[in-house]
Design a protein around this ligand. Structure first.
Ligand code: FAD
Length: 375
């Protein structure tokens, strides 16, 4: 297990919360993980068990069944503990519920909607998803073709979505639709589709390269009658609502990526330390040492950069030492990338590079959720 206590980003109460999350992962996730990877889906019960321990909906007000604490560091802890145990498919589903979808409900629900949905989201009885991507569009969201046309007091929804995280398990799906198909960005709205609505069908649970226990699925809508009370926010403002929430989505994905990379690195070091060939551990060969020595540099850069973004996001004052550390790594990379290029560039520009997961060769080729421009 990677030791992560005592980091300046977190206070004692966060460390106590981390112990609860760590026990939960060890008792409820790790023993079932292989089974869920094989089955391609997590047991729904996991969400209810997490909710019971207060590991879901920490930002939901207490009177609606949540933790009543709007502090993103608690989300980070749940997310990190699952990924540090190598259970990435589970981590994506839980982080999507806590970090990515919940803010839409907290920000845009009416009082009636809050009372209707937030208690179930916090208890884990209502699992959530967000459906933007369609078979024909991903980054270019404004070109979506799923429509929700008003007929009296209802919207009639037609279209389909794909790559939807928690797609099979979800009870509430925040769905991006065109309420005015003649327009692009201004014609978009968000409405909540619920399990059991007539004409709302699940498609395939998609095969992926990894994260097999995550039910990334297709959704189909065939004349689904959705009451107007399920509109989230204001009609025609869906695109702005999505843009508003993408930064936390990306931060959450960065936290997952760094924790998963640290787990992979810990496994590698452990393996190199006990695997022997030609009478010695493979970690003691020259190449093994180079790999092991270089990896902490990559991980160090990501870890230095992410806490700064987390501090800003969680409203915690920055630490000058942390800033210097992050700048140091980026400036080294900048100097290396521009070796021999003597034209002065504003050095601070390089500090705005996004954190990566440590694999510099693979990262430009990877397509990640939340990665596309989605504009
Ligand atoms: C595991 C997983 C889970 C997901 N979960 C969800 C989910 O829960 N909900 C959801 O709605 N979606 C989800 N997605 C979909 C994801 O958001 C999209 O894959 C992403 O938005 C990219 O869209 P796309 O796959 O259609 O790629 P495209 O838009 O076709 O892009 C392909 C490539 O072209 C590049 N590109 C596109 N436009 C430009 C441009 N203007 N300039 C330069 N390069 C460009 C992209 O960066 C990318 O490298 C998930 C995807 C994965 C892999």
């Amino acid at each position: 297990m990677v030791v992560v206590m005592g980091r300046p980003l977190f206070a004692d109460e966060h460390d106590q919360f981390r112990m609860v999350a760590r026990r939960f992962v060890a008792n409820e996730i790790v023993p079932n993980f292989e089974k869920w990877e094989t089955e391609g889906i997590i047991d729904r019960d996991l969400f209810a068990k997490a909710g019971e321990l207060g590991l879901l909906g920490m930002a939901v007000p207490e009177d609606l069944g949540g933790g009543g604490v709007d502090d993103f560091r608690y989300n980070v802890i749940v997310n990190e503990e699952i990924h540090l145990a190598g259970c990435n498919g589970v981590g994506l589903g839980v982080a999507l519920h806590n970090d990515i979808v919940l803010p839409y409900f907290l920000t845009y629900c009416t009082d009636e909607q809050r009372r209707r949905w937030l208690p179930g989201i916090a208890s884990g009885e209502l699992i959530t998803a967000i459906a933007m991507t369609e078979p024909g569009i991903g980054s270019d969201l404004a070109s979506m073709s799923t429509t929700a046309i008003r007929h009296g007091e209802e919207y009639v929804v037609n279209g389909s979505k794909t790559f939807i995280t928690n797609g099979i398990n979800a009870d509430l799906v925040v769905t991006a639709v065109k309420t005015d198909p003649r327009q692009r960005h201004r014609g978009m709205s968000l409405i909540v589709l619920e399990r059991g609505m007539q004409g709302f069908e699940r498609g395939r649970n998609l095969e992926k390269l990894g994260m097999h226990s995550q039910d990334t699925a297709e959704l189909f809508f065939d004349d689904v009658a959705v009451p107007m009370e399920n509109l989230l926010g204001t009609e025609g403002e869906g695109f702005g609502q999505l843009v508003q929430n993408l930064p936390q989505e990306r931060l959450s994905l960065a936290v997952s990526a760094v924790a998963a990379a640290r787990h992979a690195f810990a496994l590698t070091v452990e393996y190199c330390g006990h695997r022997t060939a030609f009478g010695q551990t493979i970690g003691s060969f020259g190449h093994g040492q180079v790999v092991v020595d270089r990896a902490p540099v990559a991980n160090g850069r990501s870890r230095a950069a992410t806490p700064r973004r987390l501090r800003v996001h969680a409203g915690v004052p920055d630490l000058p030492g942390l800033r210097r550390c992050a700048d140091h790594f980026y400036l080294r990379r900048h100097d290396r990338d521009h070796e021999g290029d003597h034209r002065a560039r504003p050095r601070t520009l390089t500090t705005s590079r996004p954190p990566d997961s440590g694999d510099e060769r693979a990262s430009p080729c990877c397509l990640l959720p939340g990665h596309g421009g989605q504009s």
